[in-house]
Write a protein that binds this ligand. Structure first.
Ligand code: HEC
Ligand code: HEC
Length: 327
């Protein structure tokens, strides 16, 4: 198709820029050139009780070129492949058109997009989402079930081992149990000046997002594979995913989108476009048992979730998106 010829060079250019330029406001290069070791000074400072507030701790993961030879390095590389080409490498566990790295940018290295190096040392951890202490493996399983709209690989599966090896390796030298600078999303204190608004969000979307994600938000494919991932619809994350919550989406978008131009949207624009994105239908929450109101009460009882509420005249979750001919 004609558009593909246009799209491929455009994508290459976009990716090149994205790889070379660190997001504005980030104090770390997106690709830490060849600096194998990096600033982790506060890591060696005496660790006070974990409940006290600590200054941010800087960390830079080792470069990919430092993945060792041999069986361990092979497993790390396998995990990286899985993280970047999830549907191709773990088809049994993926139910949409996304890859882990679509949301955890730069193959899980980019600060402020929930990088793997910022996550690994923070588990086991209690999660209010499922009300128990989760191992790191269970946290990965959650992203398969919700963000990837798929099935959780068993904890003792090869897929899980590979992903854990990759995350463990990327956290080489990071302190345990310390929230690192750039871990997770920059959500703290990130509030909309005015309540987010659907109509304003649509304007932002058409201006700043549609070029890549499509004016219908369904992403763009080349040769059957997404080069720009869908933001809603049957191939996107489902209603149980973290990205459907406004604060997660707004913080991710503010820090990382438009791709390679993170931190250029105003706070209001980021919240408005997050609301617009998350007010579209997507695959059903897998915990849904037939009653929308009950599912909202059980799992979405927060103003950050629009699931089970009416926006723009539509009751969200009442007509979830389905892939043609599946499920
Ligand atoms: C649609 C976007 C999306 C996709 C795709 C996705 N994730 Fe996530 N992931 C998130 C969000 C949102 C969070 C929560 C971040 C937060 O709360 O700060 C998260 C959290 C995580 C965490 C914990 C991060 C932390 O700092 O505690 C890990 C680990 C993780 N994801 C791994 C994966 C893996 C592995 C895959 C692929 C199988 C994947 N994710 C796919 C959006 C996504
Ligand atoms: C220059 C192209 C481009 C623009 C413009 C852009 N994005 Fe993206 N976006 C991408 C790409 C490519 C990815 C996947 C990144 C990867 O895999 O490395 C992505 C990922 C995402 C994701 C996570 C994956 C998913 O599909 O859910 C969200 C959410 C997102 N973008 C929202 C937005 C929003 C909102 C805007 C407008 C403010 C925007 N993007 C503008 C290219 C773009």
């Amino acid at each position: 198709m004609n558009r593909h010829r246009l799209l491929l060079p455009a994508l290459a250019a976009v990716m090149l820029v994205a790889c070379q330029r660190p997001p504005a406001g980030s104090d770390m290069p997106a690709k830490p050139a060849n600096t194998a070791t990096a600033a982790a000074p506060a890591a060696s400072a005496a660790a006070p009780a974990p409940t006290t507030m600590k200054p941010a701790t800087a960390f830079t993961p080792p470069p990919e070129s430092a993945i060792p030879e041999g069986p361990f390095g092979d497993m790390v590389r396998e995990g990286r492949e899985l993280f970047v080409h999830t549907a191709q490498k773990a088809p049994a566990y993926v139910g949409n058109g996304l890859a882990c790295a679509n949301c955890h940018l730069d193959a899980g290295r980019q600060p402020n997009s929930a990088p793997l190096w910022g996550a690994y040392g923070m588990y086991p951890a209690y999660r209010s989402k499922n009300k128990h202490v989760n191992s790191f493996g269970e946290r990965l399983q959650g992203c398969f079930q919700f963000s990837m709209n798929g099935k959780a690989p068993p904890l003792d599966s090869r897929e899980m081992l590979a992903l854990e090896a990759y995350a463990y390796w990327m956290a080489t030298g990071a302190p345990i149990g310390v929230k690192l600078d750039g871990a997770g999303y920059p959500k703290q204190g990130f509030k909309p000046p005015q309540p987010p608004d659907y109509a304003r969000g649509e304007t932002v979307f058409q201006r700043d997002c549609a070029l890549c994600h499509g004016s219908d938000g369904l992403g763009q494919k080349v040769a059957g594979r997404y080069v720009f991932p869908p933001l809603w619809g049957p191939d996107s994350f489902n209603w149980g995913a973290g990205m459907h919550e406004l604060d997660n989406a707004a913080a991710f978008i503010k820090a990382n989108m438009p791709l390679s131009r993170g931190n250029t949207l105003s706070d209001q624009d980021a919240w408005d476009v997050a609301m617009y994105m998350d007010a579209h239908e997507r695959p059903q929450d897998p915990r849904f048992k037939g009653d929308l109101a009950q599912t909202r009460k059980d799992f979405h009882d927060t103003p950050m979730s629009l699931y089970g509420t009416t926006v723009n005249g539509h009751l969200l979750g009442s007509r979830p998106a389905r892939r043609q001919g599946s499920r």
